[in-house]
Design a protein around this ligand. Sequence first.
Ligand code: G6P
Length: 498
Amino acid sequence: TDRSAGPNCPGSLIVVSNRQPYRHEYDGEDDGDERTIAVDEPTGGLTAGLDPVCQRTNGTWIAWGDGDADFDVTDDRNCVAVPPSSEAYTLRRLDLSADAVDSYYRGFSNRVLWPICHGFTDLIEDRPDDFEWYRSVNDQFATAVADHADEESIVWIQDYHFALAPRTIRDSIPPSATVAQFWHIPWPTPETFRDCPAAVDLLEGLLGNDLLGFHVDRYATNFLECVERTLPSAAVDRKRRAVRYDDEATTVVATPMGVDAASYDRMGRSVDPSRLSSFLTTNGIPSETVLGLGVDRLDYTKGIPERLAALERFFERNPDWRGSFTFVQKATPSRTEIPTYQRYGEFVRNEVDRINSRFATDGWQPIVYTDAYLEADMLAALYRRAGVMIVSPLVDGMNLVAQEYVASSSEADGALLLSDRTGAHERLGTHAFSIDPTDTDGFARQIADSLSTPRHERRRRMSVLRNRVFERDVDWWMATQFDWIRSVHDDRRPDPTS
Ligand code: G6P
């Protein structure tokens, strides 16, 4: 995609995120210019979308320098110019200690905030010291932001790893600069949020933002209700979605994130068919099979066991499809140092084996599980080849995979099975095959129905989905967030007439 044009930030942009847009691998010994640097390009919706904006605005991106075991210390702040080809902006990487990472990332972020925001309160593990480390890492990021910020800066913080930083940043950068954040995961109801340790600190931290974005209205409303209940002195205007607290104003908005639809569409079409057939052959998938597909991080929110149960029921009830429908589950191992995640991965793999041993025949198995790395264009080609895509999370803030599938489906005759518990369902639910992931019978019936729906009807549904996904792509999402940022940024600046 031509990324030289597109949404622009109304000031000098400073992005803050846990993951970095580029990873540098240094080969061999450090002998000056001879040292080769391999750089992983940005992948994933957010980094791939924000990177070009940073390039156009010569911004700064501050992130945890994960994996860069050996920092290229060009200055004492660990800054590098990226991308290597054009050096358009500054990537500042924070070197967090092993203890800090264990407590801030694997602890408070992913053992407390992740489960609570997704409503899995029984999985919360509030270990001693994790919150204090979370605070200290948030402070470290805030200090780094202050190093780079000026009067015109727009600080845009991403996600739940940084609930405390906004207030510290607000207090340490010029008053005319703007602090905004996008919370990429759900915000829970007050009943669930009641179980959250450090609730007051978290809300006070988030209200340091001038603008706080969520994917859908429900999360924005939940947030405002939590503020009302937890901070009695906050003035909450539900209609305008504005909060005044401690002399600062925060505007809360809902803007559903999209994907780079044009690029998925193009990648899906561009892959040489022989690469796709060799992928199928290598994985023992008959070339003429109807292909079902699931693509997920191995995370307990994604409803993979529920999907497998529905597939098992489907094969029980529809023996005619044995041998002619194959379901590929592409899984990306995630947060594997956390035992809950290890157990989940093991359970999923065991279930796949069990179901396969029930139904497999000589040349066919019902479920092909792979956690091998797939290049972005191969993934798009696989989406395009899949007749049925199953997205069945128990809870999901948005779900970009559903949108990637639709964007890649240029043949427009595939069916999307989509859980009604995802943010994506609010816009795509009417023309997807809607499922409740916990209703195994209903889910299995939807798989059967999607397979027997006539082609013209699948096309009709898919063409509506494609319009929606292309209309609100990642550039639309960014442009909309930047419009909001522009309006709060204008409010911060002194009125020249007064
Ligand atoms: C979710 C979060 C992201 C996170 C991603 C991958 O989508 O909203 O912030 O980067 O999961 O998880 P990981 O822990 O590997 O960064």
